[in-house]
Design a protein around this ligand. Structure first.
Ligand SMILES: [Zn+2]
Length: 147
């Protein structure tokens, strides 16, 4: 059985090998509410009424599309059973990132030469021995966001 430090190292190795740089834009902590539906105050002075923080944070994440997550989780040596991932696109990141539902992940699209914003639908903590090894974020492309 994998020990926690070994799992963490394994995840870091995966990021080094397969990760890509993305930007995380968190929801405004002053006016937005937790939940699957974006609620914010358009007169909020902290975020300028956008519902998102003004600063972007750079992280390395592993992006995957449906069909390959299971083998990824299996390769971590845990979660081989009991993990069901729906069809879609996922970003995996380290526990320290603390992503939340509604946050945006900007991923550079080399085909269009643009940053594509993905909205997090689910941010699932993947734990071992009560500690977070990584997050598994289910995302979908957010249309019409240019704030
Ligand atoms: Zn705000």
């Amino acid at each position: 059985m994998w020990k926690y430090p070994a799992l963490q190292k394994r995840f870091k190795d995966i990021l080094i090998e397969y990760g890509q740089d993305v930007y995380l834009r968190r929801r405004c902590t002053s006016c937005s509410q937790d939940g699957p539906y974006m609620k914010y105050d358009d007169s909020c002075t902290v975020c300028g009424g956008t519902g998102y923080q003004k600063t972007l944070e750079k992280f390395t994440m592993r992006k995957m599309i449906v069909g390959t997550q299971y083998s990824f989780l299996k390769s971590m040596g845990i979660f081989a059973s009991g993990v069901i991932l729906e069809e879609g696109c996922y970003f995996f990141c380290e526990g320290s990132v603390l992503p939340k539902v509604g946050d945006l992940i900007y991923d550079f699209n080399y085909a269009t030469d643009e940053w594509t914003p993905y909205e997090i639908n689910k941010a699932l903590e993947r734990r071992y021995d009560k500690r977070i090894v990584f997050y598994n974020c289910a995302v979908r492309i957010r249309e019409g966001t240019d704030t």
